[in-house]
Design a protein around this ligand. Structure first.
Ligand SMILES: Nc1ncnc2c1ncn2[C@@H]1O[C@H](COP(=O)(O)OP(=O)(O)O)[C@@H](O)[C@H]1O
Ligand SMILES: [Mg+2]
Length: 353
């Protein structure tokens, strides 16, 4: 099993943890800096180079692309995908979840409750927005922000208009969002791997702060997430097509509201808060999924080959003999085949995963 992690920095906590757990699981794991990759599309062929070298085959690739290199990073992920490499999370899911407005649209249209949100480019639209946002204060968010950066609380209509205008002047669209006052300063982070919430923590903001992100000084505590929150988190990850996700949920008078879904959630804070081994859960899931994917691709290949042969489009000519009743009886009486003695296998030794 060969895994590649796409990340700019080998020394990040999450990457160090993944490398350590990969060693424990005896899985080969490389870290590739996406900015070192060259993407070549030449005629009908695509190639991917890391520096001067062709990137070798991997069973599965894990993109951990920072917000600052989203576009280039996603182009690299797509190059892996078009070359047939299995990727968790997919480029599409990462792109959709990273755009806060896009993800709110997908979540809301899938029946998942989100805070009332407005995106507008007109000053006149701002005034109407108050009706939807139920008055002041409102939360303003840059579309591609992360770790609480670019999330602001605006208290008066005058400051809202001036901050909004400044952001427009900088070419930055912002989402205006209803301030969930009843749950302010606290949210829940559910860490989803596959179809399980593998860990959850409650994050509490420091005094005087409304953002509960760990990077903004928030404190994480282990909790058992109520069932309804777990279901919401799993559904949010599923509708966005994310296998690995950090779902931020706030408690409101109307029940759980999803703030956002992170496609490369860090896990230093949640591992510390919960004592759970998130890195191992991620790797085990990737290994299982990649095996599943390989099996289903083999199945598809076999059936497409067979189809081709049946339709006479394949190059090989195979005569399919009809199995007579007599022949079938003969086959069923045959002794089961014995396993061949020590078949040297290049793939994986028994101990390895
Ligand atoms: N509508 C809101 N009402 C109250 N608090 C909010 C709201 N939106 C965000 N927050 C607070 O700000 C934090 C960061 O917001 P979020 O949308 O998750 O952006 P980021 O991607 O930067 O983490 C949240 O964890 C929450 O504590
Ligand atoms: Mg968040």
């Amino acid at each position: 099993m060969r895994i590649a992690i796409l990340s700019r920095n080998k020394n990040l906590h999450s990457i160090r943890r993944l490398l350590k757990e990969a060693r424990e699981l005896k899985v080969h794991c490389d870290v590739i800096d996406p900015l070192d990759c060259q993407l070549i599309v030449d005629g009908a062929q695509t190639r991917l180079l890391n520096g001067a070298k062709v990137v070798p085959d991997y069973d599965v690739v894990l993109p951990r692309i920072g917000a600052s290199i989203t576009d280039y990073g996603l182009a690299v992920v797509r190059q892996f995908e078009v070359q047939g490499t299995f990727v968790i999370n997919s480029s599409r899911a990462i792109a959709e979840s990273r755009d806060k407005m896009r993800s709110l649209q997908i979540l809301a249209s899938s029946g998942i409750r989100v805070p009332a949100s407005v995106l507008t480019r007109h000053m006149a639209g701002l005034k109407k927005a108050f009706v939807h946002l139920k008055g002041m204060p409102v939360v303003m968010k840059v579309i591609q922000g992360t770790q609480g950066v670019g999330v602001m609380l605006v208290n008066t209509p005058i400051s809202l208009a001036s901050v909004w205008e400044s952001m427009q002047g900088l070419g930055q669209d912002v989402i205006l969002q209803q301030f969930i006052s009843e749950g302010a300063g606290r949210d829940f982070r559910a860490f989803v791997v596959g179809n399980r919430v593998v860990a959850a923590m409650m994050r509490t903001a420091t005094a005087g702060e409304f953002r509960s992100n760990i990077h903004q000084g928030g404190e994480g505590t282990l909790i058992t997430l109520p069932r309804i929150y777990q279901q919401v988190a799993l559904k949010a990850a599923r509708v966005l097509g994310l296998e690995i996700a950090g779902v931020d949920i706030m408690q409101s008078h109307d029940g759980p509201l999803v703030l956002e879904v992170n496609s490369s959630p860090g896990f230093e804070g949640i591992e510390k808060a919960t004592g759970l081994n998130i890195a191992k859960a991620i790797l085990k899931h990737m290994i299982a999924k990649s095996r599943e994917n390989r099996r289903s691709r083999r199945g598809q290949y076999a059936s497409s080959l067979w189809d081709g042969l049946e339709k006479g489009t394949g190059q090989l000519k195979v005569e399919r003999k009809k199995t007579t009743k007599k022949a079938a009886k003969k086959i069923s009486k045959k002794k089961p085949l014995k396993a061949r003695k020590s078949v040297p296998s290049k793939k994986v030794s028994k101990k390895k995963v």
